[in-house]
Design a protein. Structure first.
Lengths: 78, 240
């Protein structure tokens, strides 16, 4: 049990401590970057879907416009 | 709607983080006991405080959801907890690195502060399977809110219990009889805490904006697929 009580561990020299400090800050940065990358991928998907929907809505609007002009043409023929 | 003010908030966060890092490495003095390794303190402790406050905030938003029935508050609660779990991962990893550097062990099971944080983290890790095990959206939101309130109430109780427990190796930095931090260290710590809080807020807002956009997109798709009939103008983000 006593070997689990590391109270007496002395301060590490700068060259050795630097690795741990750099490691901790790099882990934090990596987590943030991973999160931002995931969110960027999600936003790209949203943008792609939005473009698809805009295209779909435009084609539907064009279809509706044509359908609306059809009866007029028929009545003009008669 | 949720994206309003995101750009200035992001700029403020980056500026605050840059200031915080500058203070940590160029202003705060070296700790007499731990030396350079103590610089991890300015990352690890603010992350832990912000993560725990985020869990409590998730509970507060859940109360607002149960009181009002507005799904907006459920989204706030979910995103707060989600972000705090991510911060919790960072707390556990940076804490383990600090422990290895200063105590010689990655983890000490006898230490109440470490174990209690792990318990809180694991408790919130069950939030996701608990939430998504329920298919009905309203029930899912209600049950998740009850979970968030119960777990959110456990966080301060757990914190107080740990403060009352006798620590073996984990330092008690604040509000101790031996005195607190020197002024330079305290200033650096407070700036780091503010920067971490800003980061949490920005990421929460960012995720809410993305969820709101995704939810609106789904509604738009449903509206375009369905025959024309009135439509809905709800803008609360969907949690999925």
């Amino acid at each position: 049990m006593l070997d689990l009580l590391p109270i007496a561990a002395p301060a590490l020299p700068l060259d050795e401590a630097g690795k741990y400090v750099a490691g901790a800050y790099i882990v934090f940065l990596a987590l943030i970057l991973i999160y931002v990358a995931i969110m960027a991928a999600k936003l790209q998907r949203i943008e792609r879907e939005l473009r698809e929907l805009a295209g779909f809505a435009e084609s539907r609007a064009d279809g509706d416009g044509q359908a609306a002009t059809e009866p007029e043409r028929e009545s003009a023929d008669v | 709607m949720y994206g309003k003010g995101l750009k200035p908030l992001s700029i403020a966060t980056v500026a605050a983080l840059a200031l915080s890092l500058s203070l940590v490495f160029f202003y705060a003095p070296l700790d007499a006991d731990q030396g350079f390794v103590q610089k991890i303190f300015y990352l690890h402790v603010p992350l832990a405080i912000v993560a725990l406050l985020g869990f409590v905030a998730g509970g507060v938003f859940a109360i607002a959801h149960l009181r009002s029935g507005d799904s907006k508050w459920d989204a706030y609660s979910y995103v707060s907890i989600h972000m705090s779990v991510i911060f919790g991962v960072a707390v556990l990893i940076t804490g383990a690195i600090w422990a290895k550097a200063s105590w010689g062990h990655w983890w000490v099971w006898d230490e109440p502060t470490l174990v209690s944080f792990l318990i809180v983290f694991l408790m919130y890790a069950t939030y996701y399977p608990f939430r998504y095990a329920i298919e009905d959206r309203d029930r899912q939101a209600r049950y998740a809110s009850v979970f968030a309130i119960t777990a959110g109430a456990f966080v301060p109780l757990n914190f107080m219990a740990v403060r009352m427990a006798e620590s073996l190796v984990h330092p008690r930095t604040f509000a101790t009889a031996e005195g607190g931090l020197p002024a330079e260290m305290m200033l650096t710590f407070l700036v780091s805490l503010g920067a971490t809080g800003l980061l949490w807020t920005t990421l929460v807002k960012f995720e809410l904006t993305a969820k709101s956009a995704s939810g609106q997109l789904k509604r738009l798709r449903r509206a375009l697929d369905a025959p024309p009939s009135g439509g809905s103008s709800r803008v609360a983000p969907e949690v999925s």
